[in-house]
Design a protein around this ligand. Sequence first.
Ligand code: UD1
Ligand code: CA
Length: 451
Amino acid sequence: MKSAIVMAAGKGTRMKSEKTKTMHQVFDKPMIEHVYDNLKKAGVAHIVVVVGHGAEQIQNYLKDKVEYAMQMPQLGTGHAVMQAECLKGETGKTIIFNGDCPLVQPETIEKLFEKAQDAQFTLLTTVLDDALKYGRIIRDEHDNVEKIVEFKDCNEEELQVKEINVGIYCVDNELLWKYLPELTNDNAQKEYYITDLVEIFKKHGHTVNAMVASDPDEMIGVNDRVMLEEATCWLKRHVNRQIMNQGVTLIDSEHTYLSTDTVIGEDSVIYPNVYMEGHVTIGKNCTILPGTYLKNVVIGDGCTIDSSRLTDTKVGNDVTIGPNSHLRNGCEIADKVRIGNFVELKNSKLGYNTKCAHLTYIGDSTVGEKVNFGCGVVTVNYDGKNKFRTEIGDGAFIGSNVNIIAPVKIGKNALLAAGSTINHDVEDGDMAIARPRQEVKKGFGDKYKNK
Ligand code: UD1
Ligand code: CA
């Protein structure tokens, strides 16, 4: 079985924050959630998160998606791993993961597991022009990894090394628990370093190997706000590139924000200044115009959305929405619907080919097929205390400036005259007109003007 220990108990002093480090947002999610998602996608079944500093922040967020181990006080990364005792006795490989490595992709994790088939301890490394304060990888004359030396423990020569420790290791689980007790805190920081396991495994005659990652930027360990911003930029670019490689045109990728959980079909075009959050699925041949915000939505094929806001909503095929419309709270829009400008829909269903082109509010309503809304229709769904539903049958024609006071049911092919205030049900095929009759005063207009 593939298991993981994610180390997230440290304070993250360099962030200068009340928030525990791994709860800081990188692009669209807290760091710890990226780590969780990437491990899951790589097929890791059992994830133990080591928490300590700000434990409740992580626990309140990830809830029971993972198992927790408490590290109190925090005596180093080796000590953090020791707390994940619930994994003792399990067979197979365990990946040990720095909680501040949010960018390491599922494919990289899978490759690391493959590399680990040839060794008892495998580490992930990369080569940097400036190795900063990362731990240095020291290799022997045969180019085998000999040890990892922490920045603070490096001598002059070791400081020159450009290959660094990413903070992700894949280990034989039984051997891990056998050798953890051999770690000591005999170093510059008086901490138990997980990195010392390299020498311990070698001393006992086990094979240690390393996978050198080709993209150093993916390996970033976020320690401060500057790195946080770098990580966000990398992930945004990465997500955008993946989408473009799947056949989607982003006119200006720099100003397009897609969430990591966005899926878009071929030949769709996304204009600049579009923002997506949460789970967003868009079909083929769609056009998403500037100023659109989408959160947790599913959109079918061939749709056009223009400068509109859609949250928690499902849209069928060949639908046009906007400019400047707002759909929210569980709307379901069938195929070929047209929603025009300044229309708000809340918790409502619109049937096939229904049209609602201008200045309309539809709340808590179930609307059938081929219904036509004039301009400025309002479903009056709230009496100040309770919300009520409106039902409108197929083929109904709702004139302009009609108020429909819920609860009320409008039958199939019913006709509501413009300007009506409707507060009683209308049967199938009937017409309702509810407005004062017009009175005409002959010549009064001229008289008034000349006064
Ligand atoms: C660590 C590595 C270093 C590597 C770098 C990569 C060690 C000793 N050093 O250093 O070789 O180059 O990551 O980014 O492992 N944590 C705990 N409990 C603790 C201490 C830390 O859970 O007692 C967690 C932190 O919350 C963090 C992760 O472990 O998520 C790494 O800790 P951090 O202090 O950032 O390690 P580095 O100094 O960056
Ligand atoms: Ca770090």
